[in-house]
Design a protein around this ligand. Structure first.
Ligand code: UDP
Ligand code: MG
Length: 328
């Protein structure tokens, strides 16, 4: 929805963090310096995602010095995407920015995002031109992932894009309605539609500490993204089944033919039988596994558990949605 000439009165920055106590002061200062001076109110909402370091202490201090620094502390580690969800649930203002706590997403880019928002763009996402300080492996797998995801999903999720983005409040209000457990926010935002445009930026190295997304967690996240947006892996089972059945049919005809017309030359081939048994068995197991994955996801959704639990917070939290039509 293009409604041009918007003016920003309040900007809200949502930052999730797991054990980022050491970068919190720097992050706060940078945000205040770059985004706090302009003609709008800046609110920062930090979500402590079950940190075991001094994160919560620093949050309390910052809130005392500046009431516009708000925090939500979750009861345990719920993961980046759910921490973000908690922040988005309480965020208010005209536009909401999501960024990481490690300053890999430079706050200066937000100024560019605001300009586009003022021109009527509803979602401005940061697209990475380069990623300093990240391993070749991480860059290569990220690239591959975005390509596969685009290929598999019907939703066009832009490549080389993380969660760093600015969204109009209208978009956030719609996003809040999507309460699925398998959360892949960048995909959900793409799915919502509205006017979406990129801003290109160079991703900086981490301020301090190590990535909270080790390889296996990254893999899990990627798989969540694919399964949330595509049922192609399930359908692949049918396709592969058809191919294998066809191959089996052709082979049956061929071996019958051999047995009838060249009975002397015909030597029972144990090797080929073993290969066929193992191959088919393997493929069957693989696809049973994939079916299981989707079933497990359906099971998770069915339970309708809350997406996160708050232990302490400086903001008032929204009341949980009534269970609605499904459970009258
Ligand atoms: N994070 C979080 N909960 C988690 C994992 C990560 O809140 O369970 C936060 C983390 O503190 C950081 C952001 O999510 O602010 C992105 O994580 P990270 O920088 O480790 O990922 P990377 O940039 O390496 O992909
Ligand atoms: Mg990071």
């Amino acid at each position: 929805m293009i409604s041009s000439a918007r003016t920003l009165k309040k900007l809200c920055v949502v930052v999730p963090g797991l054990n980022e106590g050491d970068s919190l002061h720097t992050l706060y200062q940078e945000l205040m310096q770059v985004l706090g001076r302009a003609g709008w109110t800046l609110e920062i909402i930090f979500i402590d995602d079950g940190s075991s370091d001094k994160t919560l202490l620093v949050c309390r201090q910052l809130h005392e010095t500046n009431p516009n620094f708000q925090y939500i502390s979750l009861s345990r580690n719920f993961g980046h995407q759910r921490a973000l969800t908690a922040g988005l649930d309480v965020a208010s203002g005209d536009a909401i920015v999501i960024m990481d706590a490690d300053l890999q997403d430079p706050p200066e880019v937000v100024l560019e995002m605001i300009k586009l928002w003022e021109q009527g763009v509803d979602v401005v996402y940061g697209q990475r031109r380069s990623r300093e300080g990240e391993t070749f492996f991480k860059k290569a797998t990220a690239k591959l992932f975005y390509r596969v995801l685009r290929l598999l999903s019907g939703t066009a999720i832009p490549e080389d894009t993380g969660d760093f983005r600015l969204m109009d409040i209208q978009v956030v209000e719609q996003l809040r309605k999507l309460r699925e457990q398998g959360r892949f926010l960048r995909g959900l935002v793409s799915w919502l539609g509205f006017v979406q445009k990129p801003v290109f930026y160079d991703r900086k190295p981490r301020l301090q500490g190590v990535t909270k997304y080790p390889f296996l967690r990254m893999l899990r996240f990627g798989w969540d993204g694919i399964t949330a947006f595509s049922s192609l892996p399930l359908r692949l089972a049918t396709l592969t089944g058809v191919l294998f059945s066809f191959a089996a049919f052709v082979m049956t005809v061929y071996y019958t033919f051999c047995k009838i017309y060249y009975p002397d030359d015909y030597v029972p081939g144990w090797a080929s039988i073993m290969v066929a048994i193992l191959g088919v068995g393997g493929v069957q197991l693989l696809f049973t596994g994939i079916v299981g994955e989707y079933l497990a996801k359906a099971f998770e959704e069915l339970k309708e558990r809350p997406l996160y639990i708050v232990r302490e917070s400086s903001v008032s939290l929204p009341k949980p949605e009534p269970r609605g039509e499904r459970h009258p």
